[in-house]
Design a protein around this ligand. Structure first.
Ligand code: MOS
Length: 746
């Protein structure tokens, strides 16, 4: 253990700790888990988008062969889902509000028996008027999705009026004055699609009960502690009686932030008195998971003769579906990305989340980020072309620099945006923007906040030098916990190979807010730094009486404590248990002044990340097919603790963003999903994307471990606008609608 931080591992391409078990097939995903006597659970879902349940009869299903439990809302207290979905219930009660809402569930010896029993449950529905269009839903005479709420006071963070859900606002200066001074004013509408979070492992859970009346859930979740809290509510137990163990995650991307199948597994297990596994089918993934909300964006921007933005006004209407699956930050973060990373003196932007009888939506990597960015950055190119200014130059005239104030009033530090833009442009060969017929290049940029909140870690140093890092965060698949281990190794002066990471278990791990919001490396890494301080203090206190000196004169190096010319190796200080300390990091929720929402994305606390994307593509003039030749991302990551996994995040995010740009859409007609399968819901494959070229730009933030900023969400934000701008350069046609399918281009 050396005295100073030596940075032997931080910044290096340490091989991911979770990599080898996954590649060897040793990692146990939820679907791989089994226990003796495991039953299979299947959920009955509403075929109607809006209907009253007049009769629900489970008698016939209950007596079928192999059936062990049938449950409905009658078996569950009227509980809310808690974090994120604050307004949904476990099963529909008297009324269904979207096609896909859970109505009942069955546990049986086999999957086939459970499916047969679900089909035998008798339900009489009485359809009632529904609303499917978010703009229609805002009208005074629209059918109410939650008519009973009229009787209640809304929860404090929710702004409810008719079908309105949550709202976020950015207000700076006076937009009317800004428009009055403008040389030109541009007004546009953009629309975006509902897209699935795209994880390859479906959501799944196994629930079982112990004889002492406590329950355990194995879950494919990003947030074991949130699952614990909401499940405790549903089963009427204190949290201490509910244990949630996160299994190896096959992707999450925000779609596994919310409790869903866990409720059904644990409640079925209680009724059946046996363990129950529930795994979503592909159809359920596309009808009753929590995709990104589709949106309508109206934006009006005033500029001076030189293209400097004087005023921006806009409204984003997010169709949240029947329930509000992603909380208030979605309505707020779309306004941040519609604002963009620009100095604008007069701003009035509003994000409104609206209930409809469409399927419930939720959090998806950079919630609503691409929606605002698509509008902001498409319009920047329209303005540039109209004023005869190069799109890159127009951005450079308006972007944030170090010391500028963001829309929340917070002073921005560590702003690597100019370098991102210049390097992305250079890499794509920007000086030749239209390299040939039907071929064009596009550029777009943006910013994103890192989520704060609390991470705790327990760190144990053993006699033989091994270090165990126990974190309640889940390794979502990014390598973030490898990064945390690198930070810890350096601060403890041990080899990264000596660090073992365990955790994701609400009983055996310290609290963590969870793998979300680009926060894991940031917050767990900071908690590791604090744990290292605690460890050094603990060792000094242990060594002081042995060496006969005060703890504060002790130096720690070479795996020994030194003082007054004498020393003692740690191996001799430590007992068999080793020494265990806790490191805590908390970035409190700071009121987001601009949005006037208690928002856990707090620009006052964290330096945002900045990014620029560039693409070179061609469009087939006969078919409208787009071929992406090259794709470049320059991202200011603060500091790359592990360049390999940072690049991996950027590559994956860009591919996901290309999918949103060109292919992906959950298509609904009158509330019914038309393409609930992976043939008609097209995701990008290796055929559709080139190698993503990554450029790591590093403007370290004082708040992050070793200067690191949040990395994971941003790379999926800019691809739609980048590609739209390149399609416009190639064809002269502006596509304002996502996805930009061949039909929309031609
Ligand atoms: Mo993310 S949408 O916070 O997993």
């Amino acid at each position: 253990m050396s005295g100073a931080t030596s940075h032997r591992y931080v910044g290096r391409r340490v091989v991911r700790l979770d990599g080898a078990p996954k590649v060897r097939g040793e990692a146990a995903y939820l679907g791989d888990r089994a226990v003796p006597g495991l039953l299979h659970g299947v959920v009955l879902r509403s075929p109607h988008p809006h209907a009253l349940i007049r009769r629900l009869d489970t008698r016939r299903a209950s007596v079928m062969r192999g059936v062990r439990a049938v449950i409905t809302a009658a078996d569950v207290p009227e509980t809310r889902y808690g974090i994120y979905i604050k307004d949904a219930t476990v099963f529909a009660r008297h009324r269904v509000r979207f096609a896909g809402e859970a109505v009942a569930a069955v546990a049986a010896d086999t999957l086939e028996a459970a499916r047969a029993a679900v089909a035998a449950i008798e339900v009489d529905y009485e359809p009632v008027p529904a609303v499917f269009n978010a703009e229609d839903a805002l009208r005074d005479d629209a059918p109410l999705v939650h008519p009973e709420w009229e009787q209640y006071d809304a929860a404090p963070i929710l702004v409810r009026l008719g079908n309105r859900s949550t709202r976020g606002v950015i207000r700076v200066g006076n937009v009317e004055e800004g428009f009055a001074k403008s040389f030109r004013i541009f007004e546009h509408r953009f629309t975006t699609a509902k897209v699935h979070a795209g994880y390859t492992e479906p959501r799944g859970a196994i629930g079982f009960w112990d004889d002492d009346g406590s329950c355990t859930v194995w879950s494919s979740t990003q947030l074991p502690f949130a699952v614990q809290e909401t499940l405790a509510d549903a089963v009427g137990l204190p949290s201490s009686k509910v244990r949630v163990v996160a299994t190896t995650l096959g992707g999450g991307f925000g779609g596994k932030l919310t409790v869903g199948v866990e409720h059904h597994a644990v409640l079925l297990a209680r009724s059946a008195r046996a363990p129950v596994k529930v795994v979503s089918t592909v159809e359920e993934e596309l009808t009753s998971s929590l995709p990104r909300q589709p949106a309508i964006v109206d934006v009006k921007t005033g500029v001076d003769r030189d293209g400097r933005i004087l005023a921006k006004q806009g409204r984003i209407i997010l169709d949240t579906g029947a329930f509000s699956g992603s909380g208030p930050q979605t309505a707020s973060s779309c306004t941040n990305t519609l604002h963009g990373p620009y100095n604008i003196p007069n701003v009035l932007l509003e994000g409104v989340s609206v209930y409809t009888n469409n399927i419930t939506t939720g959090a998806f990597r950079a919630p609503s980020g691409p929606i605002g960015n698509f509008a902001c950055e498409s319009q920047m190119d329209i303005i540039a072309d109209s004023l005869g200014i190069d799109p890159l130059e127009l951005r450079l005239r308006n972007i944030f620099h170090e010391g500028d104030k963001g829309p929340s009033g917070a002073v921005l530090a560590a702003v690597g945006l100019e370098e991102c833009l210049l390097r992305a442009a250079d890499a794509i060969g920007w000086n030749e923007r239209r390299p040939g017929k039907d071929r064009g290049k596009g550029i777009a940029c943006g910013w994103w906040m890192t989520t704060g909140m609390t991470s705790e870690v327990d760190v144990t140093l053993h006699r033989d030098g091994r270090v165990v890092l126990n974190s309640g965060a889940v390794e979502i698949g990014t390598g973030a916990l490898t990064g945390a281990a690198q930070v810890l190794a350096d601060d403890l002066g041990v080899a990264a190979e000596q660090v073992t990471v365990i955790g994701g278990d609400t009983r055996d791990s310290p609290y963590d807010y969870g793998a979300q919001g680009s926060r894991t490396t940031f917050c767990v890494g900071n908690a590791c730094k604090n744990a290292a301080v605690e460890m050094r203090r603990a060792l000094a206190i242990m060594a002081a009486p042995v060496l006969g000196v005060a703890p504060d004169v002790i130096e720690l190096r070479d795996a020994a404590a030194h003082g007054d010319g004498r020393s003692i190796p740690f191996a001799e200080l430590l007992g068999d248990e080793g020494v265990k300390v806790r490191g805590v990091f908390t970035a409190p929720a700071v009121p987001h002044e601009a949005s006037r929402l208690e928002n856990h994305m707090s620009p006052a606390w964290h330096a945002p990340s900045f990014h620029a994307h560039a693409v070179d593509l061609s469009v087939d003039e006969d078919t409208g097919d787009v071929t992406v030749h090259r794709y470049v991302v320059a991202q200011d990551v603060g500091f790359a603790i592990n360049p390999t996994y940072v690049e991996g995040q950027i590559e994956g995010g860009a591919v996901q963003g290309i999918g949103q740009a060109l292919f992906e859409e959950i298509v609904s007609r009158d509330g019914i999903v038309q393409n609930p399968n992976l043939t008609d819901y097209k995701m990008p494959t290796m055929q559709d994307v080139p190698t993503v070229e990554t450029i790591l730009v590093q403007y370290p933030t004082a708040h992050g471990p070793s200067g690191a900023k949040g990395v994971g969400e941003p790379p999926c934000i800019e691809p739609p606008a980048t590609i739209a701008n390149a399609i416009a350069a190639a064809t002269g046609a502006r596509v304002p609608t996502l996805p930009m399918t061949a039909e929309r281009i031609c």
